[in-house]
Design a binder for this molecule. Sequence first.
Ligand code: MN
Length: 696
Amino acid sequence: MLNRAYVFSMKAHGSQSRASGDPYFSHPLGVAEILTRLKLDAASIVTGLLHDTVEDTEATLHEIEGLFGKEIGQLVDGVTKLSRLELQSDHTKHAENFRKLVLAMSNDIRVLLVKLADRLHNMQTLNFIKDPEKRRRIALETLEIYAPLAERMGMHEIKDELENLSFAEVYPEAYASIVQRRAFLREQGTGHADQIIQELGKVLADGGVECAVSGREKTPYSIWRKMQKKRMEFEQLSDIMAFRIIVPDITACYQALGVIHGRYSMIPGRFKDYISTPKPNNYRSIHTGVIGPFRSRIEIQIRTRDMHEIAELGVAAHWQYKQGRPQLEGRQYRWLRELLDILEHAAGPEEFLENTKLEMFQDQVFCFTPKGDLIALPRGATPVDFAYAVHTEVGNTCVGAKINGRIVPLRSELHNGDQVEVVTSRAQTPSPTWERFVVTGKARACIRRYIRTQQRTQYVELGRAMMQKEFQHEGYEYADKALDGVRKKFKAEETEDLLAQIGEGMLGAREVLNAVFPGIRQPTAPEKVVPIGRQRAKSAKGGGKGNAIPIRGLIPGMAMHFAGCCHPLPGDRIVGIVTTGKGVTIHTIDCETLESFADTPERWLDVAWDQDPNGVEQHVGRLAVVITNQPGSLGSLTTVIGKNAGNISNLKITNRSIDFFEVLVDVEVKDVRHLTNIIAALRATPAISSVDRARG
Ligand code: MN
């Protein structure tokens, strides 16, 4: 199979050549070589040979599947997809997300290994690319995306090589200085890492400490990183070698430290005991710097095997922490590490590599904006989630979406690598139904917040209407600024807050009116008239005596008002209709308006009067009266009503003919029985030809 792949790839790439002038085939061959050095399985190496054929030559995936089987086909397809993704955006801007996308796309770990080998070979031959901008871009990308991926996979050698090649390209002066300085120090200090390891091991064994020592010369990039972090100058840079001493238990850590410090001079300021005071991420270890064997300045870490494990995972935990899900992904990382451990020590890696699925980030999807920005979302996310992730305003105004150029419903599920374009419209507002299918907290919160704000706007309008009415009733003209002086009294920051409270029924409009005009006629108890007309609500809480909502069965905190069509009175059989943003409208059960709510039974609310028998509240009943057109008719009407303790609050002649006047009379009464008595009295009056309660 390797032979066939070799020939196939060579033929496919034909006369193509690389920037170096070499035949293009030298690249897949180089990749295959790296994979071979990593001792990967035949399928990975074949994939390395074929990895650029689908993207860059006439060869098709179908052809490759036919010749090399389904497994190789899938691997080549995976690498091809990753290569295409690379072209899609400036992902160094979104390095974190792009790394995750690469992981999520590599559903076979071998896809990622081939991709890393591909990148390593490209970095090794980077100097042949003429365009310095392009070289820099590739190097930065390697530094931001691929080196961390290699590190995450536990491939430290590849990581180091990727980092150093990139570092040399992106910061050539810094690289040269560090290499020079390192050579200088090496000459001065004499001695080699291997010799120092041996010497340290011997010194510790003599001191009675059982341990394993490892160490190496630091890479230019890691030295540079350290300098960046500690803001050091080149001149201060002295220790170029780092050693690790692993011991069985904590006591042995301090024993080892004692032996080291007893034997070598410690460099001041370098000693840190993270065992007695661990780092916040639970990292534990002893760090010290000494003038070690061969008078070389070295860095030493002392820890137990357990601490070592946690330290390794700690890096992962830190990665995952930023992604907000430390535990789960920490465990997933461990799974991967264990897998790699098995791979390293297994006789035949094939059996483990085969069918091994990389399950990291399978619970996330990564999508592109049209500009190439990368957005990470939970699995199951929809274009609405995407829109809110881009910007709240985009979410609030989204009307539709295109995935990869095709218009799709807003509830469609997104997939890895999808390019999502959100169609917005100024006229659009978030729909409460979106809440049913969005999966991100942000989208849900934004939708709720919007609906709440909208509700508030309606409460404010309702409150304003109620205040207007109240003012009118007293003969004043209402303007918002009338409330400026009393806002504080009701603990409202803004006038609108006050109006919203009134509209919501938390505060009585009358109460506010009294605050605005403290000298206004205060109705005394027996005469207290609290007319309730259209859009009036009574406060449940702040209303004070005699101002409680006279209705049972309402939703607490919801505004309530009496329907203008049927003017319900205490004693009438009533029903509440929930009106979005306006609270509950109370109708009489026989009101014709109710027909229009027949299809929406969920809006009906079972309510009843909750009357205080000693209550002094008055309600407005509306009568449609027909009186004869003769002198004194109107006088008898008002007299009869007055005699029956009804107070006329409004009177309007709606129709005039030669013989009759039709009059609408608003009468303040206690309850429906009171009104019925008045009606009976009126019907007994000769000048009055008919009386009925007004409906609509
Ligand atoms: Mn390639």
